[in-house]
Design a protein around this ligand. Structure first.
Ligand SMILES: NC(=O)c1ccc[n+]([C@@H]2O[C@H](COP(=O)([O-])OP(=O)(O)OC[C@H]3O[C@@H](n4cnc5c(N)ncnc54)[C@H](O)[C@@H]3O)[C@@H](O)[C@H]2O)c1
Length: 427
């Protein structure tokens, strides 16, 4: 049965959730407090770069199943389900900041129809269902948790073809109402209590972050012992207990979720009396990976005593998104510019005014970034960087040196042109 859904917060998660629910046949109203965002969406402009989302939004709007309003109050009066998709950024001492969530709950509380279900899709710590209940101030409205596992860059695909749907609710009727929204989606649906649902989200992200820190450490070992990380990871990944997914070394991990969620879990565990030192070292290893990456780029540029000019290819935290939040590329750039390097940066989806960092000039193509540079550093795995005109690069670079921080370049394309190419954990 199709439901009336209000989505509060129309960012990466909210817009994807709203557009996908409309695609599944539900009637969706998406609300945001940012007037510019709402106006853009009403004009049919998608404020983020997310493959497939624009088409899905257009489809929903054209079918009359998706619309946009300013403020949660305008979205909820006749909804069956209200989804909270507001930010939960890192607050003091790593604890998640729930002020957006609380404000949204206070705003919609008095306007919700009786029997509506409010669903937390924001990533929130254990006990947040209770916090939302308190701020809603309603006893006739159930609160459930339905954490989101989508990956930016494949958000639509992930929402419509998830590995699992997790629903946490004390109220059986509420759980069924939420599960019914996913009719038409083929995935295991795990119904549990809110505390377990909330924990599943944090531990999943923390585990993935652990996997990445482990892989980066393996890459460093490979460099020291003369092994090739790509073969090592392939060999590891064939073991079904390990799995081949997410075994990609890089300049360090980042993004809008892993760093804040890992720190949040650390803090949640600490508050509960558990010393999660394993996770602490995962974060330390990641900071060390940023340092290591910056040091290797610096050393490869080899331009002491003059600080080098570095062409950086890729600024977003990964390919196929425009999200710069906690981007590893920015972390590495900061470490380089602090030492006096000049950076010429290019990213396929970002406008030249997208970042404003001292020592960084943004340009609008990959070759312009190379002009006069001592080294090229590939820091985001955009496909575009795999297919470049090597002669064109060679003509404008000061030195033919590349640090491939994502192991995406084909060495045989470059070495015949006199390039030195270093990767992560490569022989
Ligand atoms: N981005 C991801 O890949 C991802 C994946 C899974 C889970 N999450 C979680 O989902 C939540 C949202 O993340 P996001 O990346 O979509 O954030 P975002 O910053 O892209 O979007 C949040 C939106 O909420 C709006 N907003 C804030 N307060 C509001 C209010 N009171 N009423 C209406 N709108 C309001 C903001 O203006 C913004 O547009 C976070 O808890 C995040 O941890 C994110």
């Amino acid at each position: 049965m199709h439901a009336k859904i209000a989505v509060i917060g129309t960012g990466y998660v909210g817009l994807t959730t709203g557009a996908c629910f409309a695609h599944l046949g539900h009637e969706v109203v998406c609300a945001d407090i940012d007037p510019a965002k709402v106006e853009a969406l009403e004009r049919g402009e998608i404020p983020i770069h997310e493959p497939g989302l624009e088409d899905l939004v257009a489809e929903g709007v054209a079918a009359g199943r998706l619309r946009f309003v300013l403020g949660g109050a305008a979205a909820v009066p006749d909804c069956d389900v209200a989804y909270l998709c507001v930010p939960t950024p890192q607050g003091i001492d790593g604890a998640p900041d729930l002020t957006y969530l609380e404000a949204a709950a206070r705003e919609i509380g008095p306007l919700l129809p009786s029997e509506a279900v409010v669903v937390n899709k924001s990533t929130v710590p254990v006990g947040s269902a209770r916090v939302v209940e308190q701020h809603l101030g309603r006893t006739d409205v159930a609160v459930a948790s339905n954490p989101e596992f989508l990956r930016e860059g494949s958000a639509v695909q992930d929402f419509l073809h998830p590995d699992r749907v997790v629903i946490g609710a004390q109220d059986r009727e509420a759980a069924i109402k939420v599960a019914d929204l996913f009719d038409g989606i083929s995935a295991p649906v795990l119904v549990t209590d809110p505390a377990s649902a909330e924990t599943i989200k944090y531990v999943s992200n923390a585990f993935l972050a652990t996997k990445l820190s482990f892989v980066n450490a393996v890459a460093s070992v490979c460099e020291s012992v003369g092994a090739d990380v790509e073969d090592v990871l392939l060999g590891m990944g064939y073991d079904t207990r390990i799995g081949a997914e997410f075994l990609r070394p890089g300049p360090g991990w980042g993004g809008s979720c892993f760093p804040k969620d890992t720190r949040a879990l650390l803090r949640i565990a600490e508050d509960a009396g558990y010393d999660f030192s394993l996770l602490e070292s995962v974060l330390e290893a990641n900071a060390a990976q940023f340092d290591r990456t910056a040091n290797r780029i610096w050393a490869l540029a080899g331009s002491e005593p003059t600080p080098p000019t570095v062409a950086v290819w890729g600024l977003t935290f990964k390919a196929n998104t425009d999200d710069l939040r906690d981007s590893p590329s920015i972390e590495v750039i900061r470490r380089l510019t602090q030492r006096g390097a000049l950076v010429r940066a290019y990213d396929p989806v970002l406008a030249p005014e997208a970042i404003d960092l001292e020592g960084v000039t943004m340009v609008d193509d990959a070759y312009a970034a190379c002009e006069g540079a001592d080294v090229v550093a590939v820091l985001t795995e955009w496909d575009e960087f795999k297919f470049v005109d090597v002669d064109k690069m060679a003509n404008v670079l000061a030195q033919r040196k590349i640090f491939d921080g994502r192991n995406i370049l084909d060495r045989s394309q470059f070495t015949p042109h006199g390039f030195t190419l270093e990767g992560i954990g490569r022989r």
